[in-house]
Design a binder for this molecule. Structure first.
Ligand code: PLP
Length: 249
């Protein structure tokens, strides 16, 4: 893959990749018997330059995802004025809650009580509420271990399923935060379908308690079809649109 550039060539590359991904989402909706347009595409632009975000916005993208500070905040500021909604899809350190709240419209990765409290404090005084998704750990071992300290260790993050309803209640009751739904990442190197099925069950329980919280954020470049088959309303796609990232992201 060539270096991301600014010119017409990069625009054409992004346009073609975006078309392919939109077609995959449409085919997955149809295969699952779901309404066309029922799945929202968040384009994850982490590690790619603001110039790509500008091109994507021009190609009709309205939802973009980022994951790391200070890159995310700098990019969002560079793109201020574009009609974009900014999603924090990666893990948030508690001490970074203020930095994230400065640019994010949606946080997908709320997975522990301390982070709820920190985000709520951080949005105090800002006009718009911060939409939050409770990240559910889909690691099989998390299912039976409510004592595990989420957000710590080498996993992919997320609260164990048994901790989700209390956390959802906490978000719903926190000033400045709005509970929008749940998010999950399939475990690496496994069939994603059983994991997304577990997420769907948790999502149904959360929705039963909180009728406004129907977002299910699941599925990435490699597994969006499985996620849509299991009720994802939001897919987060990076590399299939922007190209491969350096390893470790
Ligand atoms: C990077 C990232 C994505 C996008 O992953 P791709 O495989 O590049 O599509 C989605 N979700 C989260 C949480 C990410 O960190």
């Amino acid at each position: 893959m060539s270096e991301p550039g600014r010119g017409p060539q990069r625009r054409a590359e992004l346009a073609a990749a975006l078309d392919r991904v939109r077609a995959r989402v449409a085919a997955a909706e149809q295969a699952a018997g779901r309404r066309a347009g029922s799945v929202t595409l968040v384009v994850v632009t982490k590690t790619f330059p603001a110039s790509d975000v500008v091109l994507l916005a021009d190609l009709g993208v309205r939802e973009v995802g980022e994951s790391r500070e200070p890159e995310a905040g700098e990019k969002a500021r560079a793109c201020a004025g574009l009609p974009l909604r900014w999603h924090q899809v990666g893990q948030v350190q508690t001490r970074r809650a203020g930095a994230v709240a400065a640019w994010a419209d949606v946080v997908h990765s709320v997975d522990r009580p301390r982070l709820v409290a920190a985000l709520s404090r951080a949005v105090e005084g800002r006009g718009a509420p911060l939409a939050c998704l409770v990240q559910v750990s889909l690691d099989p071992e998390a299912a039976g271990d409510p004592g595990r300290d989420p957000g710590v260790g080498p996993g992919r993050g997320g609260a164990p399923p048994s901790a989700v309803s209390a956390l959802a209640d906490q978000v719903a009751g926190a000033p400045g935060l709005e509970l929008a739904g749940v998010m999950g990442l399939a475990p690496l190197g496994e069939d994603p379908s059983p994991a997304f099925a577990r997420l769907q069950e948790v999502a149904e329980r959360v929705l039963a308690d909180h009728p406004g919280a129907g977002v299910v954020s699941a599925g990435m470049s490699g597994d969006l079809e499985a996620a849509v088959a299991h009720g994802a309303t939001v897919v987060r796609v990076g590399s299939a649109i922007l190209g491969t990232r350096p390893r470790g992201d």
